[in-house]
Design a protein around this ligand. Structure first.
Ligand code: AMP
Ligand code: ZN
Length: 108
């Protein structure tokens, strides 16, 4: 989608830390935890209320969070999603905040 920062980042290989067929992860530009990544569907979906809960894309988002945890040896994390403006969502392209205190392997 034009003028969507996360659609642009989906096509910016240098920014991408990890990805699978339907989702990608980047660093949050304004981190609020020692590790603060964003897990984002490649498709432009406005918010959690617009995604099919049983879709391949939803599975891919969850799988990417699990893979980040495994690949970077992150013992535990928060996966937060702000839904719509009234729920604190500022970027209107669905994303999950992946927040952790530390990893045993540095994130490239
Ligand atoms: P939310 O309030 O849930 O919509 O969160 C949006 C998040 O996107 C914030 O934590 C911002 O710091 C982050 N953000 C905005 N622009 C960028 C960007 N260009 N690259 C990485 N993170 C961004
Ligand atoms: Zn978008």
């Amino acid at each position: 989608m034009n003028d969507c920062i996360f659609c642009k980042l989906a096509n910016t290989p240098n920014a991408i830390i990890a990805e699978n067929q339907h989702a990608f992860a980047i660093r949050d530009i304004n981190p609020s935890a020692p590790i603060h990544l964003l897990v984002i569907p490649k498709e432009h979906i406005r918010s959690l209320n617009q995604i099919d809960a049983k879709s391949e894309t939803m599975n891919a988002i969850i799988k990417l969070a699990q893979d980040l945890s495994n690949d970077y040896q992150i013992a535990g994390y928060k996966l937060n999603c702000n839904v719509e403006s009234a729920g604190g969502q500022e970027v209107m392209h669905l994303h999950f905040h992946f927040l952790a205190k530390s990893s045993d392997k540095s994130i490239a």
